[in-house]
Design a protein around this ligand. Structure first.
Ligand SMILES: Cc1cc2nc3c(=O)[nH]c(=O)nc-3n(C[C@H](O)[C@H](O)[C@H](O)COP(=O)(O)O)c2cc1C
Length: 473
């Protein structure tokens, strides 16, 4: 297991939900670990990936879309999708879609037996195959019908019920307020909102102003989702919109450290200016690799100069991080501020006492470098961030518990390529990775690549960049 510093006890926040949800401690959301959650992504957030993200600190996890009918018919593949790993640190939910409430209720038995803590209903899937059956985003068009549907499910199951939806069918049918009210009336625990309409697909930007307006009116916890690509943005969305949690999807593929970074309280993710030595211009070949002068350079990029395999400045940055952290411990105002919140009982930072600075891991140093706080650090000697290869190794081992070697290769390769995205040489790495058919070769190739990338600052990944523009929600 990745020995994450973030394997904390679940947190029961006090005085939550300024919107007045009426839910109390002991509710599902109070059992989530922190307000940074993994969004469901079909073909990706299966059991092994969920466990990986659990170990990386996600506050709650939702499976990809599972067909209720498939579960009822006991299809082996579908049953595999609802497996829940042992002793999850954060609550795991299984997301279902089904034409009838009865199907969902029947499928819920299997889900409970699998150890899931809640059932999530997908009301956001824009895919024709799903909406034609009246499921997914189609349910947003008739809030009254939606309420009846959800209430029937709620009355038939003994697991908590949650929903994930879009803002409406299209910009003329923004039914989100009505649909949130329907979910509340039906007794759901929260509503996660991907801030786009069904018609938008994945184009344009997620509408966080609308999410904030929904939060203002809602009587149920609201989880915001859409286009969060960095920990700074995740914290800002929480702070600015007042949502109870945020869900991160694609951002976690390119940066699986994102949940750790969200919890990192005192040092912004990436390299804080001033804490690192100046970057140097490095000549690289057409594949983006620095050949050490052996080949003709094709361009120059900015990178940290490498000395003896360890990123220079790592110690310096760490001690800066540790010093800042020590300085804030015990001062609520400082620590709340450092967490991106303002000191006040209603702010996201204050709502999540489990995010107290002393529990966090240190700042990320570089993609493939580990770092540990000093023995005297308030973080404790166990706190440490895994490197890229450690994450890939762990993912491979988890996949092997569920799949054959072919599927394990395919899935680890996908993650390696996503993590490589944006670094110099990523295209060449991707090309090579797709020609390798043995997992050992893939890992050798990845180890070389990530060793090389350790010199570069993490690539920027912002909202304007198109990345995986399709999915079931
Ligand atoms: C490949 C892919 C698959 C997805 N599958 C699902 C799904 O099964 N269920 C769901 O509710 N949303 C699904 N989504 C939507 C995401 O959960 C999320 O709402 C969306 O990607 C926006 O968030 P992001 O910008 O953080 O990725 C999927 C998205 C992608 C990119």
């Amino acid at each position: 297991m990745i020995e994450s510093a973030l394997r904390q006890e679940p947190v029961a926040p006090d005085g939550i939900f300024p919107g007045g949800s009426g839910r109390t401690n002991g509710s599902l959301i109070s059992r989530t670990r922190n307000p940074y959650w993994m969004a469901p992504m079909s073909g990706i957030t299966e059991a092994a990936f969920r466990q990986l993200m659990d170990e990386m600190g996600a506050g709650a996890l939702v499976s990809d879309l599972v067909s209720a009918k498939g579960l009822i018919h006991g299809s082996g593949k579908t049953l595999g999708m609802v497996r829940v790993h042992a002793n999850p640190g954060a609550p795991v939910g299984i997301q279902l879609f089904g034409e009838s409430a009865e199907d969902i209720v029947e499928a819920a038995h299997t889900i409970k037996d699998a150890g899931a803590e809640f059932i999530d209903i997908n009301l956001g899937c824009p895919v024709n195959k799903v909406v034609k059956k009246g499921c997914g985003a189609a349910l947003l068009r008739d809030p009254a019908k939606l309420e009846t549907y959800l209430a029937k499910i709620k009355n038939g199951i003994d697991l908590p019920l949650t929903v994930k939806m879009r803002t409406g069918w299209n910009e003329k049918e923004l039914t989100i307020h009505e649909c949130v009210a329907a979910a509340y009336n039906a007794g759901c625990e929260w509503v996660a909102i991907h801030g786009r309409t069904r018609a938008q697909g994945y184009s344009g930007r997620a509408d966080w102003d609308l999410i904030a307006k929904v939060k203002e009116r809602a009587r149920i916890p609201i989880v915001g989702n859409g286009d969060i690509r960095s920990a700074e943005r995740a914290r800002a969305r929480l702070r600015e919109t007042g949502v109870d949690a945020v869900m991160i999807g694609r951002g976690a593929l390119r940066n699986p450290w994102i949940f750790m970074q969200c919890l990192e309280t005192n040092v912004p993710p990436g390299m804080p200016p001033g804490a690192m030595p100046p970057r140097a211009n490095v000549n690289v070949g057409s594949d983006g690799f620095d050949s050490g002068g052996e080949r003709e350079p094709s361009r120059t990029v900015e990178a940290w100069p490498v000395t003896s395999g360890r990123l220079p400045g790592a110690e310096a940055e760490l001690s800066v991080a540790t010093r800042r952290r020590s300085a804030t411990i015990g001062t609520p105002a400082a620590s709340a501020q450092a967490q991106g919140g303002v000191e006040s009982s209603g702010t996201p930072a204050a709502r999540w006492p489990g995010n107290a600075p002393g529990r966090m891991g240190p700042a990320p140093i570089a993609l493939d470098k580990h770092c540990s706080p000093s023995e005297s650090s308030p973080l404790g000697p166990a706190a440490r961030w895994p490197g890229a290869m450690e994450i890939l190794n762990r993912y491979r081992d988890l996949l092997r518990e569920h799949y054959d070697s072919r599927r394990t290769l395919l899935m680890t390769r996908k993650l390696a390529v996503w993590m490589a995205y944006g670094y110099p040489g990523a295209a060449a790495f991707r090309g090579q990775a797709f020609q390798l058919h043995a997992i050992a070769d893939l890992f050798d190739c990845a180890a070389r690549f990530f060793d090389h990338t350790a010199r570069f600052p993490p690539p920027r990944f912002d909202e304007s960049e198109s990345f995986m523009m399709g999915g079931h929600g």
